[in-house]
Design a protein around this ligand. Structure first.
Ligand SMILES: CCCC/C=C/CC(=O)SCCNC(=O)CCNC(=O)[C@H](O)C(C)(C)COP(=O)(O)OP(=O)(O)OC[C@H]1O[C@@H](n2cnc3c(N)ncnc32)[C@H](O)[C@@H]1OP(=O)(O)O
Length: 292
């Protein structure tokens, strides 16, 4: 009887232990209720959130993805258990983000364009205003809006052999002032003028040389390197980090905040010009043809 009692106690203890272990394990990585186009995992040990853009095929920023990213970053800002974040893409080795969805700018009504641009503004204001350290793990190409999104983070780790840049002029469109200011802040006015006027798309190594990205590494090192730097960055005490980041970024954000309607009107007026529509249509066609 005694032996039976001992083994029964052992079984109960083992069950309790394994339940505790399971609780501990599942608590260390928390999956936020994510949309499937923006997956988010939070490590409860470090408080680091990994936000993975997962909209096939190339994370082009349409209304759905813009809204999902914006909502996610607003939640992460408000979540006091989150200390910092990494932004990356599910399509590693291929594309970080193909930038704004071109289809949303082609043959659309003024209302559609206005709503789309309002979402672009909100996405920019939210990520650029994210109060905690944010590191981009750029694991694929990052043209146009993809580059802008990476520039909104506080540190950029990029995979070797891909491209990045604000190359809008090559499409016959012009990056908004708040994208241009992101580039100026990272690489200085001279490089930014050259990059934007000529729609220059930098290789990873070229981007490193001008300071557009901070590190270039092998694909399998992109996220670990980003995590390493995030660990260092989160050592800066809060609210010092957020106060400093905010005052350095405030001017351009305020310019936009103070005239969002004017900025939307400017975008709609520009994009609806027949020659701009023709250029966007031609570019879309060329993108499709590339495959053939
Ligand atoms: C005042 C006006 C301000 C406007 C500001 C605009 C800022 C922007 O962000 S404009 C966005 C411009 N984006 C680009 O120029 C990027 C275009 N895409 C690419 O260069 C490539 O797709 C890539 C290098 C990112 C990836 O190449 P990959 O070979 O892997 O994929 P693809 O076969 O080219 O593309 C797959 C699929 O996706 C479609 N697509 C690609 N990019 C976009 C996009 N930005 N918007 C909408 N759709 C896009 C592409 O056409 C293919 O579609 P199909 O499979 O249907 O052929």
């Amino acid at each position: 009887i005694q032996a039976l009692q001992i083994s029964e106690n052992k079984i109960i203890k083992t069950k309790m232990l394994s339940r505790a272990c399971f609780r501990q394990f599942s608590a260390s990585i928390r999956r936020m209720s994510s949309t499937n186009i923006v997956e988010t995992n939070i490590d409860s040990g470090t408080g680091f959130a990994t936000v993975t853009l997962s909209q096939p095929p190339v994370n082009s920023l349409d209304k759905n993805l813009l809204t999902a990213i914006t909502d996610r970053f607003k939640k992460l800002s408000d979540d006091s258990s989150v200390t910092g974040a990494i932004l990356t893409s599910k399509f590693d080795g291929k594309v970080f983000s193909a930038g704004l969805n071109i289809v949303d700018m082609f043959q659309k009504s003024d209302d559609h364009l206005g709503e789309f641009w309002g979402m672009v503004q909100e996405w920019y204001l939210t990520i650029q205003g994210f109060p905690k350290p944010l590191v981009s793990a750029i694991n694929g190409h990052a043209p146009t809006g993809g580059c802008a999104m990476a520039l909104m983070s506080d540190y950029r780790v990029m995979v070797e052999g891909k491209t990045i840049g604000l190359n809008e002029t090559l499409l016959g469109i012009v990056a908004p002032f708040f994208f241009a200011d992101l580039m100026i802040a990272a690489v200085g006015r001279r490089h930014a003028e050259f990059a934007l006027n000529n729609g220059y798309l930098y290789t990873s190594d070229e981007a490193l040389k001008i300071g557009l990205v901070d590190e270039v590494v092998n694909l399998d090192q992109v996220v670990p390197t980003a995590l390493k730097i995030l660990t260092k960055m989160t050592k800066t005490p809060q609210p010092a980090y957020q106060v400093c980041k905010n005052f350095l970024r405030k001017e351009t954000m305020d310019t936009l905040r103070n005239d969002r309607a004017g900025d939307i009107a400017h975008f709609v007026g520009f994009v609806q010009q027949p020659n701009v529509q023709k250029a966007i249509g031609g570019y879309l066609q060329a993108l499709k043809q590339r495959k053939k």
